[in-house]
Write a protein that binds this ligand. Structure first.
Ligand SMILES: Nc1ncnc2c1ncn2[C@@H]1O[C@H](COP(=O)(O)OP(=O)(O)OP(=O)(O)O)[C@@H](O)[C@H]1O
Ligand SMILES: [Mg+2]
Length: 579
């Protein structure tokens, strides 16, 4: 009982929250409810008329019988017409409401903190956006129509009560007993399905990784290893599915047998009542026609309670993403029109999980400076850039921009004014032009052209058949590594930020192209603050200053000449490259 109460409490909350997706399609929803009511009304009238048909037949009134049959015929036609419109409108409504739900899910997924996304599988978000949103909308509507059907059929109990009290008691008892068994089955089904969906998410994540990593799988000749892993994952899912089928079919067998037993009791009770003159044969026949409707009512109740559980399950999974279960980036903080470009790190420490990746680092970069960052792989250079762009939150210390703590600056302002070209920039399967304008939709054609020329990608684009309208494939697969990097640089230059962070942004370019792009970077407006991470030290020795990072610490800051003289770590890195 407590479980049923909790289910309905959960249902109430979820229905309230789901209404926001349905609200925009209110008109469709209202039409659907009206059509459902009409269908429910007709499904009440038709059996009443069928009972009349039987009475006329037993009384030998053939003329009246024909009239009732014709009325039933027209009502059936009307029912089919209503059903036709119901299905059509239902399809339209489902598509629109599901789209609303999916857009809301996308919007909210984009707000989730990077660290939280990394801690979970991508499958989790894909499944919830794709399947659970669809489930919510469909179940929401199914719930309504099943509920209406239940209400309209409940009248049949009243009819039986009026005809015969003993039969009524029989129907109520049989209904309750079978409903209790089915309820138990639904509870088990719910718990197992919840578990299944979590395993399913992992499978979706694995599939999306396999598809994206297909080329590496082939080159590593790793097909058999990957197949083994996939098989293991599918086996876990199949085991769970088989478990669910086993449990539910056991319960189906029990409830089927119990309802067979009730059938026997029905006939025995009917015969006894007729024998005792408590029931006429005609009324027994009428109650017999109602029997199937009461069985229908039971199956409506079953699907209703199943829909309630499915709805609660999907809705909980969707609202976990839309609500606050996952940490989201807050959009609090000041909106500043223009950031000048002074950067200060004050005793910053940071750990992705347990061990510190950055230890108490401090440095100041003035507006307009060109600063290089060097250090061994894994020393923490990219992490510094990620903290500056608030992809992760600091554990200790402060980062100031123009003297303002970045925690007090809104993400929107910060990311508009700071651009980061990461080590592996993502190029979308859009046209080149759409990829370029993704961070600045208002960029003019001239601005696009100028940015492409600076990034030395203009000639490459003009050589393509569809020029700026060329589609580049998922992740930009149709471009070379260097072309992707140059496109990413052009895309960032178009954002016109005052602080630009280059993280190994030219590592895939040949020396001549790299030289050209580097000159363009150094030649950018002197107002812009530019930070460059590079492994090829020759590309940054023209920087105003260079920061040497080692194992999460800043070991020295100075010009190339100063560092070469006094910093052994820098000398080691530089000499290795020269040799
Ligand atoms: N998302 C992450 N989750 C957990 N640990 C991470 C994550 N990103 C980086 N690390 C760890 O943090 C440390 C510093 O990484 P970072 O990417 O800052 O190094 P880097 O100096 O940029 O190296 P490289 O020159 O190879 O790019 C590494 O030990 C790395 O394994
Ligand atoms: Mg890095």
């Amino acid at each position: 009982m407590k479980k049923i109460k909790n289910n309905f409490k959960e249902l109430k909350t979820n229905l309230k929250m789901s209404w926001c997706f349905v609200r925009e399609e209110k008109l469709y929803f209202i039409i659907l409810v009206i059509l459902s009511l009409m269908l429910a009304g007709l499904s009440f009238i038709i059996p009443m008329l069928s009972a009349q048909l039987l009475l006329k037949l037993t009384d030998g009134l053939l003329k009246d019988l024909m009239l009732v049959a014709i009325i039933i015929f027209f009502i059936e036609i009307l029912r089919n017409v209503i059903l036709y419109f119901f299905r059509k409108i239902f399809e339209l409504y489902s598509i629109k409401a599901t789209t609303n739900a999916q857009i809301k899910m996308f919007e909210e997924t984009l707000k989730i903190k990077t660290a939280v996304i990394e801690d979970n599988t991508t499958g989790m978000f894909i499944d919830r956006i794709n399947n659970d949103t669809e489930d919510i909308i469909n179940t929401f509507s199914n719930l309504c129509s099943v509920f209406i059907n239940m209400i309209s059929n409940a009248g049949v109990f009243l009819a039986v009560f009026v005809i015969n009290k003993y039969m009524f008691i029989y129907f109520v008892l049989s209904f309750i007993i079978i409903a209790v068994i089915e309820n138990k089955r639904n509870n088990i089904y719910y718990e197992r399905t919840k578990k299944l969906r979590l395993i399913d998410e992992k499978k979706t994540g694995l599939i999306s990784e396999i598809v994206r990593g297909l080329q590496d799988i082939k080159l590593l000749n790793a097909q058999s290893g990957i197949l083994k892993r996939t098989r293991r994952q599918l086996k876990d899912i199949n085991d769970e599915r088989i478990g669910i089928v086993k449990v539910t079919s056991n319960f189906q067998f029990i409830s089927g047998s119990v309802s067979d037993l009730f059938d026997v009791i029905f006939y025995a009770l009917g015969c006894l009542l007729v024998y005792l003159n408590s029931l006429t044969i005609a009324n027994f026949v009428i109650i017999y026609t109602y029997k199937s409707r009461i069985e229908n009512l039971l199956s409506f109740y079953n699907s209703f309670s199943m829909h309630v559980r499915n709805f609660n399950l999907s809705a909980t999974r969707v609202f976990e993403v839309i609500g606050n279960t996952f940490d989201k980036e807050s959009d609090k903080g000041k909106n500043i029109n223009r950031i000048n470009g002074k950067i200060e790190f004050k005793d910053v420490s940071f750990a992705y999980s347990k061990d510190n990746v950055l230890n108490n680092i401090s440095f100041t970069i003035n507006k307009g400076e060109r600063i290089g960052f060097v250090g061994s792989s894994g020393s923490g250079k990219s992490t510094i850039f990620k903290l500056l762009t608030k992809l992760y939150s600091l554990n200790e210390g402060k980062i100031l921009i123009d003297g303002e703590d970045i925690n007090n600056i809104s993400n929107k302002t910060l990311r508009k004014n700071i651009s980061l070209i990461s080590q592996s920039p993502y190029i979308f399967n859009f046209s080149i032009l759409d990829n370029l304008k993704i961070g600045n939709l208002d960029a003019s054609n001239d601005e696009v052209k100028e940015a492409c020329k600076k990034a030395d990608i203009y000639d490459v684009i003009m050589d393509l058949d569809d020029k700026f309208n060329t589609f580049v494939g998922e992740g930009g697969v149709m471009l070379s590594g260097g072309e992707k990097q140059r496109l990413a640089i052009a895309r960032t230059l178009l954002k016109k930020s005052n602080i630009i962070l280059f993280d190994e942004a030219t590592s895939a370019l040949d020396n001549v192209t790299q030289d050209k792009v580097q000159k363009a970077i150094y030649g950018l407006d002197k107002d812009k603050t530019i930070l460059i991470i590079a492994h090829r030290l020759s590309t940054i020795n023209k920087c105003d200053r260079i920061v040497v990072v080692d194992d999460g610490n800043i070991v020295d800051i100075g010009t190339h000449k100063e560092l070469y003289k006094r910093c052994s770590k820098y000398r080691e890195l530089y000499d290795c490259e020269i040799v």
